[in-house]
Design a protein around this ligand. Structure first.
Ligand SMILES: [Fe+2]
Length: 259
């Protein structure tokens, strides 16, 4: 008969194998960060730490994105737990909470009655806010052939879970506007809300910078090309204009990129 710790270790090993099949934004290290964050939140907010750790470990095993249906995902999680010696009743509790965790869209309210579930959901969402979240968003986008950014594709917040899964975020930058920048308001615990708010500030700064680099290079290059083209008949005027743009570019770089 396995004890609680041995079952936890067995689940950890099985989840490691399972997550190796998913994309690199949902790898074992994501699970491990969520588990550690959830246990930190538990220390402040309370709840059953064993249940929290189990839910954190399996919360992405049955992810909708990795399975044909929600039901198939539930079955996969349940069978992993049972294979690791977890009794069917506890396994059902864990599966029920785990499957309420994933984000189903901007306008879709959460359905998370237990404190343990709220804590793991907060921990999972905290991994979608901040510096690591930026890396995860572009990693996921790359793995799913999603453009980094496209000025012709404005963000569209999903009204239903179906709409959210169908669009999957047209670009990685849209995903920030459709989901990540709004996660602070969706945190259940005070501790997670404080952490999320600070991390969201950083993401906003990052996006501002992303847009300023994107727009600046476009505007500036277009203007330079046009003027150089207009003056190309007159050699002297052409070189004067070119010198002016080189100086402008140097001044811009020295200024430390604030436009
Ligand atoms: Fe997750």
């Amino acid at each position: 008969m396995m004890n609680e710790f041995q079952r936890l270790m067995a689940v950890e090993a099985a989840v490691k194998r399972e997550m190796a099949k998913q994309d690199k934004a949902h790898d074992w290290f994501h699970i491990d960060r969520v588990r550690k964050m959830a246990l930190k939140l538990q220390a402040i907010e309370g709840g059953d730490p064993h249940l929290i750790e189990m839910v954190a470990l399996v919360h992405d095993v049955g992810d909708r994105k990795a399975h044909e249906s929600e039901e198939a995902g539930r079955k996969a999680t349940h069978s992993l737990l049972e294979k690791c010696g977890v009794g069917p009743r506890f396994a059902s509790v864990v599966v029920d909470i785990a499957h309420r965790i994933s984000f189903k869209g901007f306008h879709v309210p959460d359905d998370m009655p237990s404190l343990e579930g709220k804590i793991v959901q907060d921990a999972d969402r905290l991994d979608a806010v901040g510096a690591i979240a930026i890396a995860r968003t572009f990693t996921w986008g790359g793995a799913h052939d999603r453009p980094m950014y496209d000025p012709n594709m404005p963000p569209t917040p999903a009204k239903t879970a179906e709409e959210y899964y169908a669009s999957g975020g047209a670009t990685s930058v849209n995903h920030f506007h459709e989901k990540l920048l709004h996660l602070t308001d969706r945190m259940h615990t005070k501790t997670a809300r404080a952490l999320a708010s600070e991390r969201t500030e950083f993401m906003r700064e990052y996006l501002e910078r992303f847009m300023s680099e994107w727009n600046l290079s476009e505007d500036w290059e277009a203007r330079v090309r046009l003027e150089l083209h207009e003056r190309s008949e007159d050699r002297r005027s052409y070189f004067d204009a070119k010198r002016k743009y080189i100086e402008e570019a140097r001044a811009f770089i020295n200024k430390g990129h604030k436009s």
